[in-house]
Design a protein around this ligand. Structure first.
Ligand SMILES: Cc1cc2nc3c(=O)[nH]c(=O)nc-3n(C[C@H](O)[C@H](O)[C@H](O)COP(=O)(O)OP(=O)(O)OC[C@H]3O[C@@H](n4cnc5c(N)ncnc54)[C@H](O)[C@@H]3O)c2cc1C
Ligand code: FES
Ligand code: FES
Length: 479
């Protein structure tokens, strides 16, 4: 079945290989060269495009890096490049950048315009400086500096306020307002009806086994970008059954295709992990989080995967499917060695299930990386713990970056069970933890440094969660 989508205001049907990069397709085939090739690793934002997807009768847009996205996933979607945002005159976003001197070499500018426009299209967009920092998290501009771009953001914030033009209204209303305000061209109004006419993608006639799966593509394209156009890839994002979060019988069922961003803003998840929106800011950028999936984070099996570390402490079960066969694997026994998994090559991770903790259970996540944002961890850690009358009833703790696999701290947890939360317990458990981990020195830090972080994380987990039993001051003053 050909891939059928809308590119700006044009309809496209193509038999391009599903694994070909959207960036290469745009530049080499469509000759839409306003979308730039920079790092090709998701770090710079020069290749930014908007992807619009039907949600009921409306189209919701988000900025993503086209250098990590397969063409196969465009089916049924609206792909918007910088050329598709242009009007006869400069748009308010372009004008704000010009007025504030936010463009010098110009190479990064189209990506910045796309991100800022994408941000204004969000009904939840805020008009303050932090909002625009969020919007530009995935864009680099080294030459003009960020101050002028943030000033351009502030100008837009003043012009449009919170909720951009939508004032908190639903997506399509905000798009209509943005058209009236000359932020978007008219044709955006017709896109919902146009997308509805595209038949859904059918993979059933295709009997050939896939050579690999692509979810968000944010790991696999960085690792194997050159190979994928020539391989038979299965684009998991075309399988709607792998998406969504639901609560069933006291357990949260999270589709493996749930993105970092969707997970962080989901109301059920926020009830269980109220700090999730803050933890989210420590991971990648808005643009990458719009693509990176939880399933991809787990199956990629990096010892420092952030969502993997968090989920490992939540007592997750993983549902693996191959054809009609399905099995359940506890996440704690999924990782067998460095990138060796309890998973057959044909199996797809479809769902991640974890019990909703009771009200007395607390969850906490820590991450240290060289940069505060858009950087992978040196060490990360999550804890789920239940304390009653000052004593630990149940405890689950993960630690990333200290072993060849995302590591569950079995011995440390065993030791802590039934112990009181106080300074002595924390001091005692540090030596248990030090014996349990085996960090190595690498580009993310020396083994010694990582041991120090583990120590600080354990102290941090307890002092953050139970200041009534142990404060940082108390810990260090008497130490
Ligand atoms: C700029 C940048 C910043 C990043 N920052 C962070 C960060 O801060 N923290 C962090 O943890 N990670 C980070 N990452 C890494 C990456 O975004 C995450 O690991 C992400 O979760 C990978 O998910 P994906 O859907 O993109 O996986 P993909 O790249 O699509 O897939 C990864 C692997 O998993 C397999 N796979 C994916 N889904 C399934 C499934 N459902 N069933 C079976 N196999 C599957 C694929 O075949 C592939 O082998 C960053 C990446 C980039 C490019
Ligand atoms: S080219 Fe740098 S993020 Fe895509
Ligand atoms: S204008 Fe090119 S790096 Fe900023």
């Amino acid at each position: 079945m050909p891939i059928h989508f809308w590119l700006n205001s044009h309809e496209v049907t193509t038999k391009e290989p599903a694994g070909r990069l959207v960036l290469d397709y745009l530049r080499q085939t469509e000759r839409l060269v306003g979308t730039k090739e920079g790092c090709k690793e998701g770090d710079c934002g020069a290749c930014m495009v908007l992807i619009g997807e039907l949600a009921g009768n409306q189209v919701a847009y988000k900025p993503v890096t086209s250098c990590l996205m397969p063409v196969g996933e465009l089916h049924g979607k609206h792909l918007v490049t910088i050329e598709g945002l242009n009007l006869e005159k400069l748009t308010p976003v372009q004008q704000a950048i010009v007025d504030e001197g936010g463009s010098q070499c110009g190479f990064c500018t189209p990506g910045i315009v796309v991100s800022l426009t994408g941000y204004l299209m969000q009904p939840w967009a805020r008009g303050d400086k932090d909002g625009f920092k969020y919007a530009l998290g995935g864009n680099l501009c080294r030459c003009t500096g960020y101050a002028s771009l943030l000033r351009a953001g502030s100008r837009l914030g003043k012009q449009f306020g919170n909720g951009a033009a939508g004032n908190g209204k639903k997506a399509q209303n905000s798009i209509e307002s943005l058209i009236k305000l000359n932020v978007l061209p008219d044709y955006f109004q017709t896109i919902p009806e146009r997308l509805k006419r595209i038949p859904s993608f059918e993979q059933k006639n295709d009997k050939a086994k896939p050579e690999t799966f692509v979810a968000g593509g944010t790991d696999i394209y960085v690792q194997r970008g050159e190979d994928l156009p020539d391989l038979k890839v299965e684009v998991l994002n075309l399988l709607p059954e792998l998406k969504g979060i639901s609560l069933k019988n006291g357990k949260l069922h999270v589709g493996a295709l749930t993105t970092f961003e969707e997970f962080a803003v989901d109301p059920e998840i926020k009830k269980v992990i109220p700090e999730m929106p803050e933890y989210n800011l420590l991971n990648a950028s808005w643009q990458i989080r719009n693509r990176a999936t939880l399933g991809g984070n787990i199956v990629n099996a990096s010892p420092i995967g952030d969502m993997t570390a968090l989920l490992l402490a939540l007592e997750c079960d993983l549902i693996l499917k191959s054809g009609n066969k399905q099995r359940t694997v506890p996440m704690k026994s999924f990782f067998k060695g460095y990138k060796v998994l309890n998973k057959k090559p044909s199996e797809i991770l479809t769902e991640i299930i974890f019990p909703v903790p009771d009200k007395k259970t607390k969850i906490h996540f820590e991450k240290v990386s060289k940069r505060k944002t858009l950087d992978i961890a040196s060490v990360n850690s999550a804890i789920k713990v239940r304390v009653e009358k000052g004593a630990i009833q149940t405890i689950e703790m993960s630690m990333g970056g200290v072993a060849p696999i995302p590591f569950f701290m079995n011995k440390t947890c065993e030791y802590l069970k039934d112990k009181p939360v106080n300074r002595q317990t924390v001091l005692d458990v540090l030596s248990v933890a030090m014996n349990e981990i085996s960090p190595i020195s690498d580009i993310r830090g020396s083994a010694e440094y990582k041991r120090l972080l583990v120590r600080q994380f354990i102290i941090g987990h307890f002092t953050r969660l139970y200041p009534e039993y142990l404060t940082v001051r108390e810990f260090y003053e008497t130490h």
